[in-house]
Design a protein around this ligand. Structure first.
Ligand code: DX5
Ligand code: ZN
Length: 216
């Protein structure tokens, strides 16, 4: 079963609550929450107050993608705000093993994200500890960018590693996924697909999610 995780970075923030409810009704599986600090990535988005305010609207899994430096400083706050999965970047933390275990100490699932140029092999030793690996298929910071082709091979590599070291792993792909390439991403081994602009384009959430499912 392939999960679709709409990124609310592309939502209409003046109607965020309504759109969360619409995502729920349209068969989205989790809400992907892109947190940016203007430091690890060249953009600033939103933080725990937004997570807290939308938490009562749905039971869907909240998947917090922290594109921030020193993520461990904020893990407790995101767990308290209602995140179900907290994903940190390999490139943003010096002590990934410690941070993964720290996330899990709050009874939250732990994800590890890799930028496009970061090799898949780096996850090997922590793989048994992880609930999810996020393969970035654009350089993080902005929605609406073009899928980077070579990331398809990385998805396949992560899939192979997961078969050896963690069969239950969620393999998430994030960035530039549309109805034109979602099939390829899933064929390579992804089981959770993030989509921002492809879900929110023209404000037609229900139709856009249906189209992604149809291609799958
Ligand atoms: C990029 C974010 C992505 C992005 C996805 O930094 O992590 O989640 O918003 O948006 P699209 O699907 O438009 O590339
Ligand atoms: Zn993301």
């Amino acid at each position: 079963m392939i999960q679709i995780a709409p990124s609310i970075l592309s939502a209409d923030f003046s109607r965020l609550g309504e759109q969360i409810i619409e995502l729920d009704k349209s068969g989205a599986d989790m809400i992907h929450i892109d947190v940016m600090d203007g430091n690890f990535v060249p953009n600033i988005s939103y933080g725990t107050p937004v997570v807290k305010s939308i938490r009562p609207l749905t039971k869907m899994t909240f998947d917090a993608h922290l594109m921030i430096n020193e993520p461990s400083k904020y893990v407790e706050d995101f767990a308290a705000a209602g995140a179900d999965i907290i994903t940190v970047h390999w490139e943003a933390d010096h002590h990934i093993d410690r941070t993964i275990n720290y996330i899990k100490s709050f009874n939250v699932k732990a994800g590890l994200a890799l930028n496009p140029a970061t090799p898949a092999e780096l996850i090997r030793h922590v793989l048994p500890e992880l609930d999810m690996v996020l393969i970035m298929s654009v350089n993080p910071g902005f929605g609406g960018q073009k899928y980077i082709k070579y990331c398809s091979e990385k998805i396949r590599q992560v899939k192979e590693l997961s078969e050896k070291y963690n069969k239950d792993l969620l393999i998430q792909v994030d960035g530039g996924v549309t109805a034109d390439n979602i099939k390829e991403v899933v064929d390579m081994g992804a089981n959770v697909v993030v989509a921002g602009s492809a879900v929110f384009k023209n404000g037609a959430i229900r139709e856009n999610i249906a189209e992604l499912r149809r291609v799958l």
